[in-house]
Design a binder for this molecule. Structure first.
Ligand SMILES: NC(=O)c1ccc[n+]([C@@H]2O[C@H](COP(=O)([O-])OP(=O)(O)OC[C@H]3O[C@@H](n4cnc5c(N)ncnc54)[C@H](O)[C@@H]3O)[C@@H](O)[C@H]2O)c1
Length: 438
């Protein structure tokens, strides 16, 4: 194994740039400010709450992750955003209807109003169910990328930032497959100059971020930085990237349950998942082309956790179906039902029903915060390219060609912590534990 890289200091202000200033983005921005003001606690965030065991169990060394590895503090964070809808942070958070006005939004109204989204690189061809006037115009996509790069530089200068990271919190774009225009940087830059339709807005943000040395993560399932041209660029420039699609709600449950059933060698015949949600994300996903992108992201999970080719008797005939239904009365309060038809000893059937009444953005907000702080750490360690150790946070983890993604939440968690131990020069924990008995 390579020696751990040296990590530069976390001092100075850290910009957190958010393309997309809707439910998830405003919930994280308002949440961070609420925590800074003592109005709430950052539940769900590993960077704020989790400890890490070091050495033997008998050593009693378990510092908080943030103290152990030296992450930026919440007070150092400065938020910026882009959105085609010009609503400021307060208006957008009220519209999203996630956080309580009385308890969390009104006390920080001035702060939220001060964050106004910059004009977006946006095109309704890629997100069909919404539109807005706060949009950049330029002769071609290369110039749009240049305008985003200018925004990043200006935002850094205006706010006296030491560093910045970018987390895509924008809508799910239509389904695109990687093609020749995504293969190399030359083809990609040429494609931007020619307004190639295979280059979606989220790719332009990712390109701009990497060119500006800004680590980038994608919280939606669209390709964005998951194309060879941008992966190579990220390695060349030592800029961390990660994706795709925040692992919240139903898929979180799936990656908790499926590894458990598989660990016990229990079979699964069918897994039917259906959701109702009524927020703006739900409206966008009501478009079949955006839903297709999400569906691909959600379906891959079981295949990789259960390994049906290795266990054909247990998982070879698994019928897996995922539905998302837009149902406005629910707003951000999603309901996800799962029906699992499982079987055990001699093939006797059993069923599991899960009814998860969740709040999507409440589950996504701590992920955005953790990604921002861990991406910044990776950037300070000059770890360029895909950060597979952050798979823990994604439904559809980005991996290099030829490697299958690891979906098991527990393996992902272990990988994340072992990466932190490696970065800090601490011993890996294998859980072998023979030493306690010898
Ligand atoms: N909420 C969750 O738990 C969750 C989980 C996984 C993934 N996601 C994904 O995260 C994204 C955000 O979710 P949300 O609930 O906040 O949705 P939202 O609709 O409330 O917010 C998305 C915002 O992105 C903006 N947008 C669209 N295209 C843009 C562009 N090109 N540039 C800048 N802004 C753009 C939209 O105008 C909208 O305001 C979605 O893609 C969603 O699928 C959300």
């Amino acid at each position: 194994m390579k020696d751990a890289p040296s990590i530069s200091s976390a001092e100075g202000k850290l910009g957190v740039l958010l393309p997309g200033f809707g439910a998830v983005a405003t919930t994280v921005v308002a949440g961070v400010e609420a925590v800074r003001q003592g109005l709430g606690k950052p539940f769900g965030s590993l960077t704020q709450l989790n400890t890490i065991r070091l050495g033997k169990r008998t050593d009693n060394r378990a510092p908080l992750i943030k103290d152990f590895i030296g992450l930026a503090e919440l007070d150092q964070l400065v938020f910026g955003a882009w959105d085609p809808i010009p609503d400021d942070g307060y208006a957008s958070a009220v519209n999203a209807g996630v956080l309580s006005r009385g308890e969390h939004l009104d006390p920080i109204k001035g702060f939220l109003e001060s964050i106004k989204p910059m004009p977006a690189v946006f095109d309704t061809a890629y997100v069909k169910r919404l539109d807005g006037p706060n949009v950049k115009s330029a002769a071609n996509k290369f110039e749009l990328a240049a305008a985003l790069r200018e925004d990043i530089r200006r935002f850094k200068a205006d706010n006296d930032l030491a560093r910045a990271v970018m987390v895509w919190c924008g809508s799910t774009e239509i389904f695109l497959r990687p093609g020749p225009v995504h293969a190399t940087l030359e083809a990609f830059e040429e494609g931007m100059r020619n307004n190639d339709p295979a280059i979606a807005p989220s790719m332009i943000y990712a390109y701009a971020a990497i060119m500006e040395g800004v680590p980038y993560a994608n919280g939606a399932p669209n390709l964005s930085a998951d194309i060879p041209a941008l992966e190579k660029l990220a390695i060349e420039r030592s800029v961390p990237i990660g994706g795709k699609d925040f692992k919240t709600g139903q898929t979180l449950m799936k990656t908790i349950l499926a590894p458990g059933l598989k660990a016990r060698m229990l079979g699964i015949r069918g897994w039917f998942s259906t959701n109702i949600l009524g927020n703006r994300d739900g409206a966008v996903l009501d478009d079949p082309e955006s839903f297709k992108t999400k569906e691909e992201s959600k379906l891959g999970v079981l295949e990789h956790v259960l390994q049906p080719k290795m266990y054909p008797d247990l998982y070879g005939n698994l019928y897996h179906k995922v539905r998302i239904n837009y149902y406005p009365p629910r707003g951000d309060d999603k309901e996800g039902w799962d029906n699992l038809d499982i079987f055990g000893w001699l093939g006797y059937p059993m069923q599991i029903k899960v009814d998860f009444l969740c709040k999507d953005s409440i589950l996504a907000a701590p992920i955005v915060l953790d990604l921002a702080l861990f991406l910044d750490l990776a950037g300070r360690a000059r770890m360029g390219g895909i950060q597979e150790w952050l798979s823990f946070y994604f439904k559809s983890p980005q991996v290099p060609e030829g490697l299958y993604p690891e979906h098991d939440l527990f393996i992902q968690h272990w990988k994340l912590k072992n990466t932190l131990r490696w970065l800090a020069g601490e011993e890996q924990i294998t859980h072998l534990g023979r030493e306690y008995y010898e």
